[in-house]
Design a protein around this ligand. Structure first.
Ligand code: PBG
Length: 330
């Protein structure tokens, strides 16, 4: 060592790796790929024209025809799958439309599978809230509480109806205890061993679901705090995910995404199945509203949002921007 040299260390320059677009691209730790994106779609019974959802600019309730156009575009864009939600014309206390083979969601599954075949993973929401007149995710006890175990029996029937319609993957989103186990047993008992389960495992009672309630014409009064999780709890989110894996979930999900990125990371580190995150309606609406005001750059905000969800640990992202983002990602 030369004793004449000063001992102060040189400036460490992380900026060097940010010098050019090619270099930044080369060292990027996280990427978003079209195959990782899933597009949620709403189809409404009895509709003649697609119906805009005012709180979700750019998203519509589809007719059975316009739904097919949307899934064709999604397949052409190369995304991973679609998640279907049905909005029935009539609702009742037990959500009969959900288990009816002629119910709107089951018809839509059949149509979509016939249209796109294996080009997309066709998923369906498995929950009663769109189909019940009280808007809860399950059936009620005489005194108005959500009846966990009676709801499970309906979920089992709903899973079979969706499987008969040709669904690839069911997405139980009602947060009933034991729902994954009961659905897995029902599917296997019906010979549908290849139908997979994307469990909405850590699902929080969130204000950010607001626009979705318009999207599905929800009749809910009150809230879902006796079954969806308290936003204060992260460990409990991990516990729910581990339980769902033990019950047979093929993938687990954290939902919403943005306000729960820490939960997403913890779940990713705790399980050995793919983890999905749902970039939900309110998260979409916030970006769209700010962009419409010219307050943020829309496309950059979309890509940054999706990147942040991937960085936090999501292998799969459900997002209303799926088709558009796939095109942006080229
Ligand atoms: C329940 C369900 C909801 C969402 C997906 N599945 C609503 C809820 O739990 O109240 C919300 C999706 C979104 O806000 O984008 N069927």
């Amino acid at each position: 060592m030369n004793p004449e040299l000063p001992l102060t260390p040189p400036v460490i320059r992380p900026r060097r790796l940010r010098t050019t677009p090619a270099l930044r691209r080369m060292v990027a730790e996280t990427s978003v790929e079209p195959r990782q994106l899933v597009l949620p779609l709403f189809v409404r019974e009895g509709l003649r024209e697609p119906q805009p959802i005012s709180s979700m600019p750019g998203v519509v309730q589809h007719t059975r025809d316009s739904l097919l156009k949307a899934v064709t575009e999604a397949a052409e864009a190369g995304i991973g799958g679609v998640m279907l939600f049905g909005v029935p014309e009539t609702k009742d206390a037990v959500g009969s439309g959900a288990v009816d083979p002629g119910g709107i969601l089951n018809l839509a599954i059949f149509d979509v599978v016939a249209e796109v075949g294996d080009a997309l993973t066709v998923m369906a929401d498995l929950c009663l809230d769109e189909f019940t007149d009280h808007g809860h995710c399950g059936v009620l006890t005489p005194d108005g509480r959500v009846d966990n175990d009676r709801t499970l029996a309906v979920y089992a029937d709903m899973a079979l109806a969706q499987a008969h319609a040709g669904v690839d993957m069911v997405g139980p989103s009602g947060m009933m205890d034991g729902q994954v186990r009961v659905i897995r047993e029902a599917l296997d008992g019906g010979g549908h061993t290849d139908v997979s389960i994307l469990a909405y495992s850590a699902k929080y009672a969130s204000a950010f679901f607001g626009p979705f309630r318009e999207a599905v014409d929800s009749s809910l009064e009150g809230d879902r705090r006796t079954y969806q999780q308290d936003p204060a709890n992260a460990l409990e989110g991990v516990r729910e995910a581990l339980l769902d894996v033990a019950e047979g979930a093929d993938l687990v999900m954290v939902k919403p995404a943005l306000a729960y990125l820490d939960v997403l990371r913890r779940v990713r580190d705790a399980v050995d199945v793919p983890v999905a995150a749902y970039n939900i309606s309110g998260e979409y609406a916030m970006v769209e509203a700010a962009a419409a005001h010219g307050w943020i750059d829309r496309e950059s905000a979309i890509l940054e949002t999706l990147t942040s969800i991937r960085r936090a640990g999501a292998d799969v992202i459900l997002t209303y921007w799926a088709t558009e983002a796939a095109r942006l990602l080229g």
